[in-house]
Design a protein around this ligand. Structure first.
Ligand SMILES: Nc1ncnc2c1ncn2[C@@H]1O[C@H](COP(=O)(O)OP(=O)(O)OP(=O)(O)O)[C@@H](O)[C@H]1O
Length: 640
């Protein structure tokens, strides 16, 4: 890493030295630039790409030819005035953090025609300082159109006030004059109870066993085991509502934000019980005395029932071991399997409630449709169990491959990303305001990098849009893109589908993973409507927030102030768990790499007719065979 440049700025009364750190842009001799490619790519394609894609140095030559202003900078000084646009392979003049055409100091203090008394105030208005101004502006932006409760929520998101109170073992509820957000549970409870009427035989049996355990106060643990789409979430939702209506306390938690928002009042287990993200043998949950959750737990425990299983509390787990197992980076199969619930001490006391009927797949009207759906359902199960027909054998370098039925396969031309975007999002431009169009259609991919490629292709289709730059233009930090923080440059427009990247307010359905459609864009806040989960249809104002990477591989700490969202036309398979989708494109430019990924991807659909799969072959084309990863050891102690 090199220091690209050191500059100085006058802020208020004092000078501030800014060290901008950057990997120096590539330097190379003519015809010797470095090119990345996969061993499977055809050399002529690689060579063609290399001719079209300019390196940063070549881009600098082009800028010097076209933009007279560029000639005043050496190559090393370029980042001061220009920013590298990787997708366009060209240097673009910076819009922020730099004042063009200034002829006197006063010009530096002028923003939008207003002369500010100090440089600091001018910087603050430009959003270059870390202060509260952007949040003041965010409140002002919404005063005219937002409802009072939306403004209150926005204020709560900005302050994160309940979290601050909880840290000192208090809650907003301790201050009777302060309003506590209302969540409209009662209405939802009434609606969700209607689900009971649709129970199938298996659901009814499971429901009765669990309710009996709660009513007799004997305590116990249940595990609802069923393949994807057998109605585990459906049953849990109904149970939560019915028990709450009887005045019982229910704490629904899930391992991911997306799964949590499907349950009314659902939280991620980590947030609800303050479980540390990194665990070791000394870890304990961080529930503070007098916090809301501590009070709830206190009320749920009856000392007279101590000694009964789980002290008389009923615990219901649900899951499917064909789906993705606990994620332990770089861990081998035995370690991952032994981290699963059915290999833990909790498994023995669990009563397994088996659900076998797939409720996600529509039942079909004609005998032909019914047969087709039954066949598809069996194929999906076989993929999950590792029993689907394969070609090749274990001695092949790439292992045996699952053969996907031909009707799902897309045979792509030269630009696979464009092909899948056209299939899943046809006519996107004229459907931007159509919530029904945007809901429940997704491109699913194995990795964040692949997701990024397809999102980039879509964002190029957007036409006119707003680009939101994060507040601090520091060259190296800005070039960092990690899945856990939003991009420096977000390309949004009204109608864009986005995914929230932080737990802002789990009870209001604003979880890491919540999908929303953008309704209004302002410089410091965006208005979004939730597209799925228990709070579907509600509108929220999202401010910029300060975020830092949770698990940074970089040797420096940094924060980014940005809207906590990313485009959501495409998603990793891991994130899609729990969802039912009306149109799915499984995009596999590389094979899946963990247990259950392929099964989760193909089991999201409500009908076989809406599943499309694109598998890149080793030699630049497409194919119908792909590797599957199934750790059969995880099924050993399960009922078949
Ligand atoms: N008894 C039922 N009547 C009508 N629809 C149902 C029923 N059970 C489930 N469904 C519907 O089937 C779909 C899948 O159900 P659900 O999401 O609960 O399955 P799941 O077992 O949790 O799936 P996954 O393991 O993939 O998360 C949902 O759209 C749900 O509304």
């Amino acid at each position: 890493m090199d220091v690209t440049y050191v500059s100085s700025r006058l802020l208020g009364d004092s000078w501030v030295l800014t060290f901008t750190i950057g990997f120096l842009a590539s330097r190379h001799l003519e015809g010797e630039k470095s090119v990345s490619f996969k061993s499977s790519n055809k050399l002529e394609n690689v060579a063609r790409r290399a001719t079209i894609r300019l390196s940063k140095l070549e881009g600098c030559f082009e800028a010097n030819k076209l933009v007279p202003e560029a000639r005043g900078y050496t190559y090393a000084e370029f980042p001061q005035a220009f920013t590298w646009k990787d997708d366009q392979c060209k240097w673009k003049i910076r819009e922020r953090g730099r004042k063009k055409g200034s002829t006197y100091y006063r010009d530096l203090r002028t923003v939008n025609g207003i002369v500010y008394p100090t440089f600091k105030e001018a910087c603050s208005i430009l959003g270059l300082l870390r202060d509260d101004n952007q949040w003041h502006i965010a409140m002002e932006e919404n005063v005219v159109h937002a409802m009072p409760n939306q403004l209150r929520s926005l204020f709560v998101h900005i302050l994160n006030i309940e979290k601050i109170f909880n840290e000192v073992s208090k809650s907003i509820k301790d201050f009777p004059d302060m309003p506590f957000p209302e969540y409209g549970f009662i209405h939802e409870v009434e609606n969700s109870l209607m689900l009971y009427k649709n129970f199938n035989k298996e659901h009814l049996q499971a429901y009765n066993s669990i309710v009996k355990s709660v009513e007799t106060n004997n305590g116990g643990a249940f595990f609802m085991y069923g393949s994807g789409g057998c109605g585990k979430t459906f049953l849990l939702k109904t149970l939560c509502c019915s028990l709450r209506r009887q005045g019982k306390i229910v704490l629904p938690v899930a391992s991911s934000g997306i799964a949590a928002v499907l349950l009314l009042g659902g939280w991620t287990a980590h947030s609800r019980f303050h479980i540390p993200l990194k665990l070791d043998q000394h870890s304990t949950v961080g529930i503070k005395q007098r916090s809301e959750v501590a009070e709830v737990i206190k009320h749920s425990i009856d000392v007279s029932r101590a000694g009964l299983p789980f002290d008389g509390i009923t615990i219901v787990f649900g899951g499917d071991f064909r789906q993705i197992l606990p994620v332990i980076p770089k861990a081998p199969c035995p370690q991952i399997v032994s981290a699963s619930l059915n290999w833990s001490r909790l498994w023995d006391p669990c009563t397994v409630l088996l659900l076998e009927q797939n409720m996600r797949l529509t039942s079909g009207r004609t005998p032909e449709e019914k047969r087709e759906i039954a066949e598809f359902s069996q194929w999906v199960l076989d993929v999950g169990n590792g029993k689907a027909p394969t070609i090749g054998n274990k001695d092949d370098l790439s292992g045996p491959k699952i053969v996907s039925p031909d009707r799902f396969i897309i045979h792509s031309s030269a630009d696979p990303v464009k092909d899948i975007v056209d299939i899943i999002y046809p006519d996107l431009a004229s459907n931007t305001f159509n919530v029904d169009y945007s809901r429940q259609r997704l491109i699913l991919a194995p990795t964040n990098a692949v997701v990024g490629d397809s999102q980039d292709c879509l964002s190029d289709n957007f036409g006119e849009r707003n680009d939101f730059n994060s507040a601090f233009p520091v060259e190296f930090l800005n070039s960092i893109n990690m899945p856990c923080i939003p991009k420096l440059e977000l390309k949004l427009k009204v109608g864009s589908v986005v995914m929230l990247m932080r737990n802002l307010n789990q009870i209001m359905g604003l979880c890491n993973g919540t999908q929303m459609i953008v309704k209004k864009l302002m410089p410091n806040s965006i208005v979004c409507e939730i597209l799925c989960g228990s709070q579907v249809g509600t509108t929220h104002i999202i401010p910029r927030i300060e975020m830092e990477p949770s698990d940074s591989k970089y040797p420096i700490e940094f924060k980014r102030i940005q809207f906590p969202v990313q485009l959501c036309y495409s998603m990793t398979v891991n994130k899609s768990q729990g969802q039912s989708l009306d149109k799915v494109e499984v995009y596999l430019p590389r094979t899946v790499f963990s247990h259950g990924q392929l099964y989760v991807a193909v089991s999201r659909v409500t009908s076989p007719s809406i599943l499309h799969i694109l598998i890149a072959s080793d030699s630049d084309g497409t194919t119908n065979g792909t590797s599957n990863v199934v750790y059969e050891e995880v099924f050993y102690n399960l009922p078949s």
